[in-house]
Design a protein around this ligand. Structure first.
Ligand SMILES: Nc1ncnc2c1ncn2[C@@H]1O[C@H](COP(=O)(O)OP(=O)(O)OP(=O)(O)O)[C@@H](O)[C@H]1O
Ligand SMILES: [Mg+2]
Length: 379
């Protein structure tokens, strides 16, 4: 495999392309051992799916992954879950000797049929319950029973789970999922998503069915001291030579350790025939941002209000610990109360984040930040 694909592939990353997340993997492992279900949240493209994929690989346990991003109805959610369960059970079947019938009995109400094709055996369910909610609940309970009868743990991942909250049947779907999940002994659930406002409402509001069902886990950026050795190793593999500390520092700086953008930039750099000097790192980043600008950044920026733009441009140039303080408010010529409001809206929409290390507010997306930091207003 090309080095670039081993270290900086596109899409979900695992194995040699997966950097660190030791603490998070350990946290998930402990939750898994206690069967204490988890809701995993982070802004888009921080690495939720990759972390879950690496974690399930680490555990060597069968897993189901359902993506609800396109969900439009309870029926969609039901079908997605039915497909997921049928897939994991089909994958488990060849490993079974005698208990196949026993396992089929667990799903008796789902009218299972085994279809045999050149690809092997596949179990199909034809649930006869009336509502999507009832099918989901029973199927998840049946899955737990089947896992128990096989003495097999299963990891069940539902990605973009907040989509359920946007459906008409939200409340009853959440109630049916809660009923099954809180009874689950052998199936470990990870709910994940990037819309933290919706997810937090689902799991933290006393009046919602999923209240306090899960342990919450928030994913942040990957720390500098994990990225440095990772990048060094990838450089050694690629050029049999060192990448200078200054170049590494520039990679971390321009991308602000946003995993997706760091990966994008390194993909371009690792195409070079020799280790790039810091200036090349920077110009490659600017070149990348220019293309993105035409693609989508200009459009995104044009949709902000003038005050939102001022706020973002201000933070792009001057990340700030106390944006409501006088110094920043004077710089922006905006009242502290307006800044407070803008901050609330822009954090909620994931355009601003507070960095754990320097405790400053920053523009979340490093490509948008680069474009906005060119704003002459503050010069
Ligand atoms: N641990 C990691 N090591 C190296 N690169 C990573 C890691 N996690 C994420 N990335 C990079 O970030 C990109 C986005 O990761 P991933 O798709 O897992 O994020 P996500 O949070 O699930 O995104 P989305 O919100 O779009 O579902 C990956 O393609 C990879 O380039
Ligand atoms: Mg994802």
């Amino acid at each position: 495999m090309a080095i670039i694909e081993s270290y900086f592939p596109t899409g979900i990353v695992t194995g040699s392309a997966f950097c660190n997340r030791e603490k998070e993997r350990e946290y998930l492992k402990r939750r898994f051992e206690q069967n204490a279900h988890v809701v995993l949240m982070s802004p888009r493209r921080y690495g939720k799916s990759s972390l879950i994929a690496q974690f399930t690989l680490d555990q060597q346990v069968p897993s189901i992954s359902v993506d609800l991003l396109p969900a439009t109805s309870g029926k969609y959610v039901k079908n997605a879950i039915v497909d997921g369960v049928s897939q994991v059970i089909s994958n488990l079947m060849p490993r079974l000797k005698s208990p196949k019938q026993k396992m089929m009995n667990c799903f008796a109400r789902m009218n299972p049929v085994i279809e045999v094709s050149v690809l092997g055996q596949k179990i199909k369910f034809n649930p006869d319950e009336k509502t999507a909610e009832e099918t989901i609940m029973k199927l998840l309970l049946n899955l737990d029973e089947a896992a128990g009868s096989l003495q097999q743990s299963i990891i069940f991942v539902i990605d973009e789970f907040q989509q359920i909250a946007t459906l008409e049947e939200a409340h009853s779907l959440e109630a049916s999922i809660r009923h099954a999940v809180e009874r689950s002994k052998h199936v470990f659930y990870i709910f994940s998503g990037s819309n933290r406002t919706l997810l937090e409402e689902m799991f933290k509001d006393k009046n919602r069915p999923l209240y306090h069902l899960c342990d919450e886990m928030k994913l942040n950026r990957i720390a500098k001291n994990s990225y440095v050795p990772f990048i060094k190793k990838a450089a050694q593999k690629r050029w049999k030579n060192e990448l200078s500390d200054e170049s590494i520092e520039t990679i971390l700086e321009v991308t602000e350790r946003h995993p997706y953008y760091l990966n994008r930039l390194c993909r371009m750099l690792w195409d070079e025939d020799s280790p790039p000097i810091a200036d090349v790192v920077e110009s490659t980043w600017l070149q990348y941002v220019e293309v993105q600008k035409v693609d989508w950044i200009a459009e995104t920026i044009s949709q902000f209000t003038a005050n939102q733009r001022a706020m973002l441009a201000g933070l792009a140039k001057f990340p700030e610990k106390e944006p409501m303080g006088r110094a920043f408010s004077n710089k922006l010529t905006l009242a502290a109360s307006s800044i407070q409001r803008l901050l609330g809206t822009l954090i909620k929409k994931d355009f601003i984040y507070k960095d754990q290390e320097d405790e400053c507010y920053h523009v979340l997306n490093p490509a948008i930040k680069t474009v906005l930091a060119k704003n002459k207003y503050f010069d």
